[in-house]
Design a protein. Structure first.
Length: 143
């Protein structure tokens, strides 16, 4: 009796999806599959991160930084954590908790958004110590 080749055997096997596969994360721009998988693993491991929370924070930060000036002035309160979680703080946490290679890629994706935010705001000399994005003034929006 002839032996069946392994390829024929595998062709009939059902494929099970891996829980942390490298599929694209909605909300994040096209990056490597490794970044998406690392973010999913991080969200799965940490109880304080909800699934899709990093991608949602990325979308909110990009929208805040690139949107119209009226949105920037009204949404600046969210950076101080008064009404909802600070999207940039969540992204900074993810950058520090991700593996080095994925963190570098996420920083590279955040760089143009942060630059746009700095261009549209002014430094606040009287702000209390804290992250750089909370020490910015939206009143001097240069649109």
């Amino acid at each position: 009796m002839p032996r069946r080749p392994p390829a024929r055997i595998r062709a009939h096997a059902t494929k099970r999806p891996r829980p942390w596969s490298a599929r694209r994360t909605p909300g994040l721009p096209v990056g490597s599959g490794g970044l998406a998988a690392a973010i999913r693993r991080l969200e799965h491991r940490r109880s304080d991160l909800e699934p899709g929370g990093v991608a949602d924070a990325f979308t909110r930060w990009a929208r805040l930084s690139s949107g119209p000036a009226r949105r920037l002035t009204t949404d600046m309160c969210c950076l101080h954590g008064c009404c909802e979680p600070d999207p940039r703080a969540l992204l900074e946490l993810a950058v520090h908790l991700l593996p080095r290679r994925s963190a570098r890629e996420l920083r590279r994706l955040l760089e143009p958004i942060d630059r746009r935010f700095r261009e549209r705001t002014l430094p606040d000399p009287f702000a209390p110590p804290g992250p750089w994005w909370t020490r910015r003034l939206a009143q001097g929006v240069l649109d």
